[in-house]
Write a protein of this length. Structure first.
Length: 131
């Protein structure tokens, strides 16, 4: 199945607020945990003004996904990285409001990324830090 950005955005927004499976602010420890859960050498991206809280793993349309959780002044920001390869037609950058959260897509990382943030300002900070 072609992994559509729309379905990943919806799934990531629905999962927003789920507790981390691995709680730590240590980038190396969280990166190792992500690697052990199918993400290769993926390190948690740095998000300006936000503190890493941990990660959780899940799958969407048969693809491995790791969500990195951050404490942002506005609330929680979640950055989901998908295992590659990146699907054709995946948008380079797109944002919208979904379920009361600001959701963005980036054509970054092995298979693309989806970011769910408490508001548009937090989303903009996260997307700018990662791009």
């Amino acid at each position: 199945a072609i992994l559509g950005a729309e379905s990943v955005m919806t799934a990531a927004e629905h999962g927003y607020g789920t507790a981390p499976a691995m709680a730590s602010s240590d980038t190396g420890a969280v990166g190792s945990w992500a690697a052990a859960h199918g993400m290769g050498e993926m390190q948690p991206p740095g998000v300006t003004g936000a503190t890493l809280m941990g990660a959780r793993g899940w799958s969407v349309e048969g693809r491995t996904a790791i969500t990195f959780l951050y404490a942002d002044p506005a609330g929680q920001t979640e950055v989901t990285a998908l295992a590659g390869p990146q699907p054709s037609g995946w948008p380079m950058s797109e944002t919208r409001m979904m379920g009361g959260h600001a959701v963005g897509v980036l054509g970054h990382g092995p298979g693309g990324m989806v970011i769910v943030a408490p508001d548009e300002a937090a989303l903009t900070r996260a997307m700018s830090a990662i791009q």
